[in-house]
Design a protein around this ligand. Structure first.
Ligand code: IMP
Ligand code: MG
Length: 176
């Protein structure tokens, strides 16, 4: 049981059970909305990898998966410049695209990715995030599917890192 990262205490926010329950609900909702549409899920690396893995396994028809990798939080809690590290590899023109990220914070990263994907002319485009820090938004962007809405605070676990650690913790924790 990991209860601290680099000397910072972790406080439980959502247990693994709570997270998986919510992910199952999101999966069921997405399955209902996309049946017959053969959607492409695009996971934003690295933070979305566990969420995406659990989410797509709640979908009971064939889907495709691709990834994009950005960096905004280089090390620790302070944001730095957004950078594209790895682009998507599938043709997205005419496809139903669901972008999956761990956290929507200021919205800067997501806006960058949205502009990029929109320029590829998908048939439809929606955003799914596990955590919405809506109060911290700096640009206008509305997610279509949200797992949990939280106030300020830095979190880790369930794929989400603090200084590249904590991704393997099953639940979601606040880094004190
Ligand atoms: P934005 O561009 O400010 O919206 O930042 C979004 C990205 O920052 C997310 O996809 C995360 O990778 C990262 N991020 C934001 N808040 C947290 C946090 O509390 N813990 C870990 N990463 C975070
Ligand atoms: Mg991220």
């Amino acid at each position: 049981m990991i209860n601290e990262i680099r000397g910072r205490k972790l406080k439980l926010l959502y247990s693994q059970d709570e997270v998986l329950k919510r992910v199952a609900q999101l999966g069921a909702q997405i399955a209902e909305d996309y049946r017959g549409k053969h959607p492409v899920f695009i996971g934003v690396l690295k933070g979305a990898f566990i969420f995406l893995a659990d989410l797509i396994r709640r979908i009971d028809f064939p889907v495709q998966v691709d990834f994009i990798r950005m960096s905004s939080y280089k090390d620790g809690m302070e944001p730095s410049n957004i950078e594209l590290i790895m682009d998507t590899s599938m043709p997205l023109m005419g496809r139903h695209v669901i972008l999956v990220d761990d956290i929507l914070d200021t919205g800067n990263t997501m806006t960058f990715i949205c502009d990029k994907i929109s320029s590829m002319c998908p048939a439809s485009f929606k955003i799914c995030v596990l955590i919405d820090k809506r109060e911290r938004r700096r640009v206008h962007i509305e997610p279509d599917y949200v797992g949990f809405e939280i106030k300020e605070g830095f979190i880790a676990g369930y794929g989400i890192d603090w200084a590249e650690e904590g991704r393997n913790i099953p639940g979601i924790y606040v880094v004190d």
